[in-house]
Design a protein around this ligand. Structure first.
Ligand code: GLN
Length: 425
């Protein structure tokens, strides 16, 4: 395995002899089901869980001839921004010593950054592909909701999340997207998308001549100075290649983080109810009382962050508070969607720093969950709006820390963000 702890397991899964990905390795995040190979979600609860079937994306990887070199480490059930909440230990950032790799798909980004896999799959509920891609200096794509099947993805917050590629270049990320995109009869939220015809890789032609880019001022306001500087350098680069940019307003994004966490935790509290030691998960024993048995299983199997979210989510959904929290968050979500739609009427894509901060020092964020949640300010609005986004390396700060640039497109506008991103990486 790796010294930076990128893999939870390194059992190899062989794909077909030929295909688009023949000869290439694609590491898979450990919340994506692999038949006969343990899938832990980074949790002690699922330490011994072996799925009886492959996720649709895994089937497609195998059909395309890819080799899966292992399952990658992650924040427990995808809940985190640093890949420090895994029951199997934190992941280190191979691109920035002493720093976190971002999360929750930190293992996937780390193995690609370190060259221990050619490509990887992550999942993105509120930034979990784009954040680690940005922190590890690689490329990550969060597809439009409904482009990629979630069948076999162990759910955290299913109205927000998508599986997507992490890769060293925009073109290779797009190649992987070509393989996994498209409708699936096992996931009724997938749809026939205009453009999901194997042409994403061809869109990575670097041609940004005439491209109109909107820059939401709200996503730069609270960001770290060194990050903002690196962002503008990359924007100058795009301008020199023929793109133009103008400022846009997204007033609703001020409420995105709070709306995201209410919705994500509410859905999580419901989705994680199945881990009770009877249906799924480590047994809590049985002493004549099932309530105690379930409580034991959940007390022992879940880590602190997961417990915090189940409690808060249950609270937000409870009868007396539903209107005050959950319903308000849904209203904010509709507002965020509307803001993005309006901004994208006058721009082909929107650009911002992927993360408002450079990779944090290891160990810094665990005691301060609120600060960690706020780091998701630029990524969570995109999930609330169900739009596609890519994170590409924008450069490094003076201290040598990777900075990512995020490009957001209209629904099913993957070609636009891939084309624009490929002008940088
Ligand atoms: N950091 C966010 C969270 O903890 C996003 C995680 C994700 O996208 N899975 O919820």
């Amino acid at each position: 395995m790796t010294e930076y702890n990128g893999y939870v397991s390194d059992e190899t899964i062989e794909g077909a002899d030929s295909g688009l990905l023949a000869g290439r390795t694609v590491a898979v995040k450990d919340n994506i089901s692999t038949e006969g190979v343990p899938t832990t979600c980074g949790s002690a609860m699922l330490e011994d869980y072996v799925p009886p079937y492959d996720a649709t994306v895994v089937e497609r990887l195998k059909d395309a001839g890819a080799t899966i070199p292992g399952k990658t480490n992650m924040d427990e059930f995808g809940m985190g921004t640093t890949t420090e909440t895994s029951a199997f230990g934190a992941v280190e950032n191979p691109a920035a010593e002493g720093r976190v790799p971002g999360g929750s798909s930190g293992g996937s980004a780390a193995v690609v950054a370190a060259g221990d896999a050619d490509l990887a799959l992550g999942s993105d509920t509120g930034g979990s592909i784009r954040c680690p891609a940005a922190f590890c200096g690689v490329v990550g794509i969060k597809p439009t909701y409904g482009l990629v099947s979630r069948y076999g993805l162990i759910a955290y917050a299913n109205s927000l999340e998508q599986i997507g590629p992490i890769a060293p270049s925009v073109e290779s990320a797009a190649e992987l997207l070509d393989v996994i995109a498209g409708p699936d009869e096992h996931d009724a939220t997938t749809q026939e998308a205009p453009g999901a015809d194997g042409s994403y890789a061809a869109a990575a032609d670097g041609d940004v001549d005439g491209l109109s880019i909107g820059v939401p001022t709200e996503l730069l306001d609270g960001a770290d100075e060194a990050v903002v500087e690196t962002f503008w350098d990359a924007m100058d680069d795009l301008e020199a290649q023929g793109a133009s940019y103008h400022e846009v307003d997204l007033p609703s994004v001020e409420h995105a983080v709070e709306a995201y966490y209410v919705i994500a935790m509410s859905e999580a509290s419901s989705n994680l109810a199945r881990f009770d030691g009877v249906r799924y998960g480590q047994s809590g024993g049985y002493d004549g009382n099932w309530n105690e048995s379930f409580a034991n299983a959940r007390e022992e199997g879940f880590g602190e962050e997961v417990k915090r979210r189940i409690l808060l989510g249950t609270y937000a959904l409870s009868a007396g508070y539903h209107d005050k929290y959950y319903k308000k968050a849904q209203d904010a979500r509709a507002w965020v969607k509307q803001d993005f739609d309006e901004a994208l009427e006058d721009a082909d894509v929107l650009a911002s720093p992927t993360m408002p901060v450079p990779p944090m020092k290891r160990g810094e964020s665990l005691d301060d969950p609120l600060t960690m949640y706020l780091a998701d300010a630029n990524t969570t609005p995109v999930n609330l709006a169900n739009l596609p986004a890519i994170s590409v390396p924008a450069g490094e700060t003076d201290d040598g820390l990777p900075v990512g640039l995020q490009l957001v497109g209209p629904a099913f506008g993957e070609h636009e963000i891939i084309r624009a991103g490929s002008a940088l990486a």
